[in-house]
Write a protein that binds this ligand. Sequence first.
Ligand code: PXG
Ligand code: PLP
Length: 440
Amino acid sequence: MSDRVAPNNLEAFWMPFTANRQFKKAPRMFASAKDMYYKTVDGRTVLDGTAGLWCVNAGHCRPKITEAIRAQAGELDYAPAFQLGHPKAFELANRLVDLAPEGMGHVFYTNSGSESVDTALKIALAYHRANGQGERFRLIGRERAYHGINFGGTSVGGIVSNRKMFGTLLTGVDHIPHTHLPEKNAFTKGQPDHGADLADTLERIVALHDPSTVAAVIVEPVAGSTGVLIPPKGYLQRLREICDKHGILLIFDEVITGFGRIGAPFAAEYFGVTPDIMTTAKGLTNGVIPMGAVFVKDEIHDAFMNGPEHMIEFMHGYTYSGNPIASAAGLATLETYQDEGLLTRAKELSPYWEEQLHSLKDCPHVIDIRNLGLIGAIELEPIAGEPTKRAFSAFLKAYEDGLLIRTTGDIIALSPPLIISKAEIDELFDKLRKVLMSNI
Ligand code: PXG
Ligand code: PLP
């Protein structure tokens, strides 16, 4: 029997963001996947309600992407990323900037969302320095934010459990308040009415530190990992105005919202608010090969293009920046998105998605439901004294019943591949209703 079917020792692999001891007593393993469904090692079919981890936007094992990877691996497997190149990385960059908001004409490649975030923060700091404003060193994040797990992202992040074990993190970081106001906004469909004024806290924090010391503000346009927090109407616009007023760069972390998740290629376009820097990963290669990209406004890029031409302009980069196989996967992914209209499909589907999602309102323990594009969240009342247990029971029950959901705290998050059909949306919510009606 091959290890793919029944690995005999699970000990050596220290799993990420996993309750290792619990998992290894009762492992959950996938053997294969196609389009909307996984197959488990014991042969069960599981509907993917989460696009893997918010990344498999075109669905699983899509032929163009698989073939591009196969072909690239046999043609040019690796090319050094520093001082050398290969055509596909440039071709992909051109395609990417065509999708991005006007004026964001350059991308810097990374291998993950976490690396994109740390790259973006370093670009922001170095940009100000290149502009003669090296005193702008402060970075501002938001409570409950997730910006990956590297030191920069952990520092501007706002999830306490992800921060508290790791010492001082970056200094010179502050946070604006999160926008979760269940007492005012519970069960809102789409963007909530209340909370835009929370953006004004940025004015106070900036004033506290003196605006001339602040380099950048980073936010997820829609906060994903923390349990899906939809920005209040007008909130992102207000952040943009305050940043403009004080010469502060605005970074949108679009690792989840990028590549069609809310019905436009990027959330920046959906909300009509253009950041100065935009971080992406996940959907860029359909999650299949690790790759991220940081988009920057032309004036930011151009500020680095000074000094003698033989000098390296930005002392930063990864061994795998613009890796050939990742670039090929990225190109095939964008082609698949284009062939099937996937970058705007969430917009067409979202009214149906919203209606089905909110039909769960009457299920036991449901205290809030939120949605935008093809994202949904169901917040459950925690079991007294045992936070996270109810949602995790729902996750286990759903998995047994053939549905993959994601939970964070006592919140269920949903983000299916953008190819989902109405019949599959029905299947997803039928299964989820049964889970919520069972004694969790
Ligand atoms: N920024 C944002 C906004 C993210 O959502 C990252 C950065 C980090 O990306 P990498 O590729 O380094 O993981 C993310 C990642 C979940 C979940 O279940 C979310 C993420 C990753 C894994 C699980 O909410 N987001
Ligand atoms: N650590 C060592 C010893 C290295 O030599 C390198 C890269 O050459 C790195 C870390 C960084 O690795 P990467 O470029 O894959 O991020």
